[in-house]
Structure formats: C-alpha cells, structure tokens
Write a protein that binds this ligand. Structure first.
Ligand code: NAG
Ligand code: NAG
Length: 532
C-alpha cells in the first residue's frame, strides 16, 4: 500500500493546493476565538444527534492552526448569521479535527485537508462535498441555491432561453418529459439532488420550448449542455445509475485545463478524484506565433480524445504556474514541455522535452506496456559521511536491501515536525553504533524519492524500519527515544550470515490497497496520525 498511499497523499495535497486552496501540513500560529457565534460547535460526542436534527447543515472540518481556515472563519460566521434566518434555515457548524477526541470523524468523512466542508442533508442521509465560494456572499447564495428545489421547471420558450443564457458558463442539464411524474421523472430528481452542486438542472414537460441547436429534442430524454466540445449530448436511458454516469462522463472535457478560475473547479475536482489513469501535459505559456506549442496542445488533445475509451483522462497545465505539480513528479521547469502518465496505483511514466510528433507514439507505447516506469530519485549524494547515512531511491537496493547489514531506515518528509524532533535522536543512535560494522542508521526523504520497494509500508512520517541483515523488514512503533530505538535494534538485529527471511514481521505491508477508499483511509490516517 505504501506507494499508492504516498501517491494519493501527494495528489490530494496537490489538488488541495490547486483546487481547493486548502492546506494539509502547514502550521502557522494560533486561532482567534470569537465570543458569540452563529456557527454551531460540534464534537464527536454530539455530532450525530445534531445532524439528525436538521434537514440541511454544513459542517466545516478545520484545525486551529490552518491559515485557510482562519481566513474562512469570519466569512463563514457572517454567512451563518444570514443563513440561520433563511427559509428553511440553513445551519453552519464546525468541528475542530486537531482535537484528538474528534479524530474518528476524520476517517468517517475522509478528510484529507483543511478546511473541508461537507453538506449533510435529510437528517444525515445524504452527504455532499461543498466546493463553492469561500466568501460570505458567495457562501450564502451557493447554499441557498443548494437548499432550494434541485431542478427548476421551464414553462415557456422565454424561460428556457433565459435559463440557458444565465448559465452560459455552467454545465446545464435539462430533463425533457411527457408529463411531470413517473419513474423517470423521479429518477431525474434523485440525480439532480445528488449532483446539483456541480450542475444547473432544469426540467420541462414541453419539449417544443427547448432550443434544438442542431440536436432534436425528444421526450423523455436528458440533455447536457456545455460550452466545450460537442455542446449538447443526449441520453434517453434515465435509470438513476445510467443517468448519473452519463452526466458525469459527458461533462468531463477530453482535456481538463488547470486553472484557478471558479468555473473550472468542478471539472478539476472530478479529475483529481477520478481513479482513472491520468495523462498530464506541462507546457510553458504559449504565444500566438509559437507554432510548435500550439501543435503540441492540438496533438495532445487529439491523443486524449482518441484514448478516452482506454480509460485515460487528461489535463493540461502551464508549467510556469505548476511548481507543486512539477515538484511532485520530480520535474524541473526546464523539463517542460513534459508529458506524464500517472496510474491510480502510483506508477508513473515521464517524457521530458516532448515535441508534438512524439506524444501519440509514446502514449501508444504506454498502452502496449512498453514503457519503463519512472522512479523518482534524488542524485546519489557525493559525500555521505554524516553519522546518519542518506539513502535515495537509486541506492535503496544496493545500500539497504542487498547490504547484508542491519539498517535502521527512517522515511521522512522535510516539512514534518516529528521528523525534525527525531533527527538529533537518530544522530545519537548513529554515533553510538559507529564502530559497529553490522549496523547502519539511515534516512530517506520520501517526498523527493519514490519508495521503490513494497517491503516498506510508508503511510506517515516518520516511518521507521529495521531492515535486518537476514532480510526482514521490521517496522518500529516504539518511543522515539535513543534508549528504545537502540534496544529495538539490538533485540531484532541478525547476523549477516543468517539468510532466513522473517517475512511474517512485515505484516500487511506487501498487500497493496485495492480500492481508492482504502488508500484514502490510509492517507487520512497518515495525516491524522502525524500532522493534523
Ligand atoms: C457539543 O459539545 C461541545 C463540547 O461539550 C459543546 O461545546 C458544543 O456546544 C456542543 N454543541 C451542540 C450543538 O450541542
Ligand atoms: C524486536 O524489538 C522489540 C523491542 O525491543 C522486542 O520487543 C521484540 O521482541 C523484538 N523482536 C524480535 C523478533 O526479537
């Protein structure tokens, strides 16, 4: 699970930074408390009883140290005061997930960053993500819309025209029926209620009032109208499952564009939440006269369209505005234009400095299984003479797995506070073993290097393993003190000539996460365990 969990951790962090403006790891100062508040404070003890009281409640999961949460707080407060007098009332609440006591809620709601807002409807029956605006007016109007009817009825050609004009920039879904009742009509409403935050839904019983725009209007049917690619797509399979699938799939563009504009957010959320294999193009801002970059984008789009059915989804990002993403893939600006394929399980494939003619053959080679997986590694350090040795991805095999020594290996992240606290302790341990040829103390920056072995299940930082001379990977969960770590090494070390494998101590480290949910749980645990 290690590789995938880490990938997701990174990708969630990435999408959090890109899409949500939420943050996972930073710490910056203290919370400001206000005295009287229209925002309900919930904790794990009264969470369920509270949400069961309301038809429409929004819960913000936050941490007192999170900067985006602090910026949201006054806006959220203002919105709460307005919305409690809405008809019907809309309740805003918050849960402090930094409080140990509330952490069960983090895994229950798959919280991977702060702040995360969830809309909980029908007394807890329906849970949706809030991906709307973050300032008070926007919050109020967005939530008012979400608490009203999920779909508006269009009664005349004028109403239909106005509805389409008002929602020119949105994804529009129109249900066309013979009569406003029956199974299909109900299933349309169910889907509208579930998907309403990303789309504008309308319905009518008069097919003649809906503009054709080149696509005949039949009843019953559902048309999705968007401002890219085929502008109108129609489905007449109106069962709930088929309808939501149709709406979600037809509204994802062949190439999603990385952008901070609010109207791009739903598509980006969908892109990052998808379990499909992702194809990225990073390219510097192209100028009008730059024929090659135009051509590259055209060819990339064509490849994306042609491979939609092979399960690829594509995204284009300007390399100048994608520092986090480039770093995540171990790329430099000078590597752009670059094409990256990232599988849901974490494997990645990279083509740097790509020219337009190479995109299609490269993706074809990937689909045939002919590409070599890209393993991100820092360069091998030129000197490595500190007591704690530096291991990078490309030295993991030689200096740890094949070393026939007892290697205590710390997987760390540069931003992780617990790792910083552990560093001087590991130093002391390393100094005390310096004369012992069979023991090595080492560290591995798992943000700059892929953990290219399934023996290590790295789900949080720091993760510590003893890889024994006999070839067993034993995780360390004890106290992070010199005494306990030293005792652990001495109790578990084996002699180099002992070849037998103690596979059982590895636990479930070798069983990969099969589902996204599982991996996301792992990610949540990571964050909850170590940095929230
Ligand atoms: C839930 O419990 C906490 C802690 O006891 C309390 O501060 C908060 O006001 C309660 N919230 C509600 C809505 O009862
Ligand atoms: C490994 O070390 C721990 C802590 O000192 C000890 O409790 C455990 O029994 C050791 N395991 C083996 C297999 O010796």
């Amino acid at each position: 699970m290690g590789k995938k969990a880490l990938f997701l951790l990174g990708l969630l962090a990435l999408s959090a930074v890109w899409v949500n403006g939420s943050e996972n790891f930073e710490e910056d100062g203290e919370a400001a408390e206000s005295l009287v508040s229209d925002v309900l404070t919930l904790d794990v003890g009264n969470f369920t009883e509270t949400i069961e009281k309301y038809d429409f409640i929004v819960v913000e999961f936050y941490a007192p140290w999170c900067g985006h949460c602090k910026r949201l707080a006054p806006e959220y407060e203002k919105a709460a005061t307005i919305l409690k007098n809405n008809d019907p009332p809309i309740i805003l609440a918050k849960v402090d997930l930094d409080d140990e006591y509330n952490k069960p809620l983090a895994s229950e709601f798959n919280i991977a960053g702060f702040p995360t807002l969830k809309i909980i409807k029908n007394k807890g029956q329906l849970i949706q993500d809030y991906s709307g605006p973050r300032e008070s007016d926007g919050i109020v109007s967005h939530l008012q819309k979400l608490s009203g009817p999920p779909s508006v009825e269009l009664k005349s050609a004028e109403e239909a025209e106005k509805f389409l004009a008002d929602n020119e920039k949105n994804l529009v879904v129109i249900g066309v029926f013979d009569k406003l009742e029956g199974e299909e009509y109900e299933s349309f409403f169910k889907v509208a209620d579930a998907l309403r935050s990303d789309y504008e839904f309308a319905h009518t019983a008069s097919s003649s009032i809906v503009p054709e725009d080149g696509v005949p209007v039949t009843a019953p049917s559902v048309r999705v109208i968007k401002n890219f690619e085929e502008k109108i797509t129609v489905s007449s399979d109106l069962s709930t499952a088929a309808l939501s699938k149709f709406i979600e799939e037809t509204s994802l563009p062949s190439v999603t564009e990385m952008s901070k504009k609010p109207e791009h957010r739903p598509a980006l959320m969908k892109f990052f939440e998808s379990t499909k294999t992702k194809l990225f193009l990073f390219m510097a801002k192209s100028t009008e006269e730059d024929a090659e970059s135009k051509d590259l984008l055209t060819k990339f789009t064509a490849v994306a369209k042609a491979n939609k059915d092979s399960g690829l989804i594509a995204l284009f990002a300007e390399s100048d505005e994608s520092d986090n993403a480039l770093q995540f893939f171990g790329l430099e600006k000078a590597d752009a234009p670059a094409v990256v394929i990232q599988e849901d399980k974490g494997k990645k494939y990279i083509l740097k400095n790509v020219v337009s003619s190479k995109v299609a053959p490269w993706v074809a080679a990937y689909l045939k299984g002919e590409l070599k997986e890209h393993i991100k590694s820092e360069p091998i350090p030129e000197t490595n003479d500190e007591p704690v040795k530096v291991i990078v991805s490309s030295t993991l095999q030689t200096e740890v797995l094949d070393a026939k020594k007892n290697v205590l290996l710390e997987f760390y992240a540069p931003w992780c506070g617990h790792c910083k606290k552990l560093a001087p302790v590991l130093d002391e341990v390393a100094v005390s073993f310096e004369k012992d040829d069979d023991v090595v103390i080492a560290k591995f920056d798992a943000t700059a290097n892929d953990v290219s072995s399934d023996l290590f299940d790295v789900q949080g930082f720091p993760t510590i393993y003893l890889y024994t001379a006999g070839g067993a990977a034993i995780p360390y969960d004890g106290d992070r003190s010199k005494e306990d770590i030293t005792k652990f090494i001495n109790d578990n070390r084996t002699k180099p000539e002992v070849e037998e494998k103690k596979g059982s101590t590895i636990g479930d480290a070798t069983s990969p996460a099969e589902t996204l949910e599982e991996a996301v749980d792992a990610v949540d645990m990571t964050i909850v365990k170590d940095e929230l």
